[in-house]
Design a protein around this ligand. Structure first.
Ligand code: GTP
Ligand code: MG
Ligand code: ZN
Ligand code: ZN
Length: 392
């Protein structure tokens, strides 16, 4: 495990011994109990203005600490930067931040919602994995703001607001647990996953660039979502009723990729001769609108893998196929940028909804039928060694 930890909520890096604690608020041995108050740091960074017992620093390598004022013991561990309570086992298990980025309207919010829903259901069963929200806020907000509107009301989310209001911009943090083996003994392998639903504009405006830079720099893996319907060569091949983004709003995938590459190089201090080592899953969304134009034998028309290991051969053939499609879509510059700047990248084609939504932003068929929606994350997890993969 790396010695530097990254907060899954604010993406600041720190050492384990710098972890803070929050007083339990229960009376200590002398009968004195600490009162609750507003935590200014938590309010400023995360927009939480409620009352909580005081935060204090102690030896963060320990599971618990004694608060000097009340002498009560506590095991609430906090990020030293934003004062958010850290997930259980934090620092003792792999902590992987997955950054999800893409231009406005590329499909990030829908993708994240469907991906997490799938992870908790079919993908969880497929890999015998359990995926749980790591904190109350994540559990509540995922259900209320993301899952229920899409799955119960069949409505698509409104465009994501820019991250100036910190309350709405807390990442969703989950723990992904699979049964692994270590030294011949079965054990639970836990990975903390943090998803930050960036608003498309965030990548453009200077004031949110710093937060994004930190987010990207701390990420163990990046999912870059690109909308093929914004590419000139693909637009002509799309289903006639697929909603096409308006021309004047278009930010071409290659310019999004360029900007992210720039941010990463700056944030990581990459030397001009070096490649960026963060694995990048380059995923083309909304493929449902293009499937019918693809050749019969295209790997993007066959059924998605179902085995209990990540299917490497299938993933490679999708990668090669998408690379070939890029030429047709007039997107060869994307491949050039990736080849010259990244050491690990892989192409994906997916559809979160499985069909074109209606003009009033509803799920047309009433059922979400995702296709290959988990492939990018599964590839990243297999790159980290968190899930097994087939040879090939
Ligand atoms: N055909 C098709 N369209 C999709 C799919 N997913 C999203 N869309 C369309 O893309 C639009 C934008 O999706 P969002 O998930 O809100 O996009 P976003 O990237 O979060 O957008 P911002 O929050 O504004 O940055 C939706 O309203 C849908 O019309 C899909 O799987 N298939
Ligand atoms: Mg969004
Ligand atoms: Zn933090
Ligand atoms: Zn106390």
């Amino acid at each position: 495990m790396s010695s530097r930890l990254v907060c899954p909520y604010c993406y600041q890096q720190f050492a384990e011994r710098d972890i803070w604690f929050r007083c339990s608020g229960r009376p200590g041995p002398t009968g004195k109990a600490c009162s609750s108050r507003r935590d200014e740091r938590l309010a400023k960074r995360m927009g939480f203005a409620g009352q909580l017992p005081p935060a204090f620093s102690a030896d963060g390598r320990k599971r618990s600490a004694i608060h000097q004022e009340c002498r009560a013991e506590t095991n609430y561990r906090l990020c030293p930067e934003c004062h958010t309570q850290l997930p259980v086992h934090f620092g003792k298990v792999e902590n992987r931040l997955i950054a999800l980025v893409g231009a406005k309207e590329s499909g990030k919010t829908v993708f994240m919602t469907v991906l997490l829903h799938e992870l908790m259901h079919s993908i969880g069963i497929r890999f015998d994995a359990s995926v749980l929200g790591a904190d109350d806020e994540t559990r509540d907000s995922f259900r209320r703001r993301y899952e229920a509107p899409l799955y119960d009301k069949h409505e698509l989310a409104a465009p994501t607001q820019r991250s100036t209001a910190p309350t709405s911009r807390r990442p969703l943090v989950f723990t992904f647990t699979v049964r692994g083996r270590s030294l011949g003994r079965a054990r639970q392998e836990r990975t903390v996953l943090s998803f930050f639903d960036t608003a498309g504009e965030d990548l453009n405006s200077a004031d949110s660039v710093e937060q994004n830079a930190r987010y990207l720099a701390s990420a163990a893996g990046i999912i870059l979502l690109l909308d093929p319907l914004t590419m000139r060569g693909a637009r002509g091949q799309a289903e006639p009723d697929a909603p096409r983004p308006r021309e004047q709003d278009l930010e071409s995938p290659v310019s999004v990729l360029g900007r992210i590459t720039d941010l990463l190089q700056r944030a990581r201090g990459t030397k001009p001769s070096e490649l960026i080592r963060t694995p990048v899953a380059v995923a083309f969304s909304k493929m449902d609108a293009l499937t019918r134009g693809l050749p019969e034998e295209s790997p993007l028309r066959r059924s998605q893998p179902v085995g209990s290991r990540f299917d490497s051969a299938d993933s490679r053939s999708v990668h090669d196929h998408v690379r070939a499609l890029l030429d047709e879509w007039e997107g060869s510059a994307i491949d050039q940028t990736l080849r010259h700047n990244y050491s690990r990248y892989r192409y994906f084609g997916l559809s979160a909804l499985g069909a074109t939504p209606t003009a009033d932003r509803r799920v047309a068929t009433g059922v979400v039928q995702p296709y290959r929606v988990a492939d990018p994350l599964l590839w990243l997890l297999s790159e980290f060694g968190a899930i097994p993969r087939t040879k090939g």
